[in-house]
Design a protein around this ligand. Structure first.
Ligand code: SAM
Length: 250
């Protein structure tokens, strides 16, 4: 329907989906992201022009087949909201047997990741510039992800904005359907009440089980590399809560 627009506000994507959803039985839409101030740099713009055809997947309503996208059938990891993508690129570089799909709406961050993916000559990474909820619901097959990771989703700390939080029971149910049996769902946040609300949503999903005992929060998983948002929180003395759930085998 459209490749990422040059204006940076993502509006063609939303329009396309709004049209599609007008007649569809879709999840309630959560506007989980906000327009951010940061401008796209010339290098990032150039990355879209020169590297999108290598690493990007155009926004459409067509079903995506991971085997066709990557040209092989290996373990598949989905990262939602990768920010500047530094940690996602490093993960993909360190784990060439696994394929990585990243979904983000923030064009400067995507441009940054395209440049890094080129530097690292990655062949196991593809990127979508879209609202993750829409792509996941409409375009991705069931039971295809070995791991889904969401590191530092926008916290929306004010109570009146909690409805904009990405991780809510309906979204967790959607993610669960897309995970392989025994597939992992890794989430991290530095917002205490969001951490507890995520834990409640995960605990309330019968197809998932917590991979740790105790208070429900997990030790930092080895796969999670420091992200930009985390590093900023560290400078402010924030605590991080990790969650590590898995889809039940049957
Ligand atoms: C707080 S930032 C964290 C970024 C990165 N994970 C990090 O830790 O540095 C949250 C990111 O999620 C993205 N995001 C929020 N809602 C999204 C959605 N529905 N689809 C795709 N990306 C989304 C935002 O654009 C933003 O870059």
């Amino acid at each position: 329907m459209s490749s990422p627009d040059a204006s940076g506000d993502g509006s063609p994507i939303r329009t396309a989906w709004a049209e599609l959803n007008a007649s569809a039985d879709a999840l309630p839409r959560i506007r989980s992201f906000m327009r951010r101030e940061s401008r796209i740099t010339r290098a990032q713009q150039r990355a879209f022009a020169e590297l999108w055809s290598r690493f990007g997947i155009d926004t459409s309503t067509a079903r995506l087949e991971p085997e066709q996208i990557f040209g092989r059938c290996g373990p598949l990891v989905l990262e939602i909201g990768f920010g500047d993508g530094e940690s996602l690129a490093a993960m993909a570089a360190a784990d060439p047997q696994t394929d990585y799909l990243g979904i983000e709406v923030h064009r400067p961050g995507i441009g940054h990741l395209l440049l890094r993916a080129d530097e690292l000559q990655l062949t196991n990474l593809r990127v979508l510039c879209a609202d993750a909820a829409e792509v996941i619901e409409r375009q991705l097959p069931e039971a295809c992800f070995n791991r889904i990771q969401i590191f530092f989703p926008d916290p929306w700390p004010k109570a009146r904005h909690h409805k904009r939080r990405l991780i809510q029971p309906s979204f967790v149910a959607l993610l669960t359907k897309k995970m392989e049996p025994n597939g992992r769902l890794l989430i991290a946040t530095d917002c205490a009440d969001y951490a507890h609300s995520i834990l409640d949503s995960l605990n309330a999903t019968p197809e998932l089980h917590n991979t740790v005992n105790g208070d429900g929060f997990a030790p930092r998983p080895s796969q999670r590399l420091p992200t930009r948002f985390e590093q900023r929180g560290q400078r402010l003395g924030h605590t991080v809560w990790d969650l590590a759930f898995a889809r039940r085998a049957e």
